[in-house]
Ligand binder design. Structure first.
Ligand code: ADP
Length: 164
């Protein structure tokens, strides 16, 4: 059985992530989406909220589960008996960083291979940070995230503005 881990902060999950999830789920028997705990210094969503959104939008993909982790990604892969790690590549900037990490990981754990999926061209510009920035100015994010995620972002922005 092939198991792959797709790690990330997913703060929040975008259509770019979802595209990678759909494609990767067809390549492996089991795909674990692994949400990194406390990855960003001040994430918009808590780890639990990010997991919930991911579970909601991937509920139709039967071989995909959502979990959380901290520490080294390769240690987490070992704990799940995963042989593969999935990463998405958007641009040259992603490539340099990702190549360095993948090569370092291969030295530490030669039994785990990183599989890179190139972004769907329509999402090559898309990142969680850009979505948050647009939403922060009350812009239209409907082309970038699932409608349920867009709704949560709106609610979160409203909560934040009320606190200020
Ligand atoms: P971000 O870089 O948006 O904060 P994450 O840290 O959650 O996202 O990224 C997790 C993985 O998903 C990384 O491998 C990243 O390159 C990939 N990814 C993010 N956005 C996209 C996209 N639009 N298309 C393809 N892959 C993506």
């Amino acid at each position: 059985m092939t198991t792959a881990v797709y790690p990330g902060s997913f703060d929040p999950v975008t259509n770019g992530h979802l595209d990678i999830i759909r494609r990767a789920s067809k390549m492996f028997d089991h795909l674990i989406i692994a949400v990194l705990k406390n990855s960003a210094k001040s994430p918009l969503f808590t780890t639990e909220e990010r997991v919930k959104m991911l579970e909601e939008i991937t509920s139709g993909i039967s071989n995909c589960t959502v979990e959380t982790f901290d520490g080294l990604t390769i240690d987490y892969c070992h704990s799940k008996n995963a042989q593969f790690m999935v990463r998405g590549l958007r641009a040259v900037t992603d490539f340099e960083y990702e190549l360095q990490i993948a090569q370092t990981n291969r030295v530490i754990a030669s039994d785990i291979d990183t599989v890179f999926l190139t972004t769907n061209l329509k999402y090559s510009y898309l990142s969680s940070s850009i979505v948050k920035e647009i939403a922060g100015y009350d812009g239209d994010i409907s082309a970038f995230v699932d409608r349920r995620v867009a709704q949560r972002i709106k609610e979160k922005m409203r909560e934040r503005s009320m606190k200020q």
